[in-house]
Design a protein around this ligand. Structure first.
Ligand code: AMP
Length: 114
């Protein structure tokens, strides 16, 4: 099933794209929770992290490498940042196209509310 993120990858929908290559696309979250809030998504529509297969090893690795590269470019690497991948209902996933949140630019507090 196609989501808004597939449309952003293909250029059909607008987004503030900060990086794109043959495997992944990164764009600013429309509802940023911190000074830097970027989503890194596979160009291929993989619904959740649970749907990754061995064939996706390269794209999964690329998501991490692009996240760290963008963190350096955003100037947040030295202070640190958080990468989040939500999976399905209990993970709070809203868009069923795998994505990694790159969040930083301020202290982010505890990892989870108790
Ligand atoms: P998640 O809860 O992990 O599925 O996160 C989905 C994220 O996508 C949320 O932080 C939304 O603000 C963000 N989002 C939804 N639609 C768009 C869009 N059109 N452009 C950029 N970010 C979006």
């Amino acid at each position: 099933m196609s989501t808004i993120f597939s449309k952003i990858v293909s250029g059909e929908a607008n987004a503030d794209i900060v990086y794109q290559d043959e495997l992944v696309t990164a764009f600013r979250d429309i509802s940023a929770r911190a000074p830097t809030h970027i989503l890194i998504v596979p160009n291929k529509a993989i619904p959740t992290v649970d749907d990754l297969t061995e064939d996706d090893e390269q794209v999964a690795g690329r998501m991490f490498l692009v996240a760290s590269q963008l963190a350096r470019e955003e100037g947040i690497a030295e202070d640190g940042y958080r990468l989040i991948v939500n999976c399905r209902e209990h993970g709070g996933q809203e868009v069923y196209h795998l994505h990694m949140h790159l969040i930083g630019g301020r202290p982010l507090g505890p990892m989870l509310a108790r």
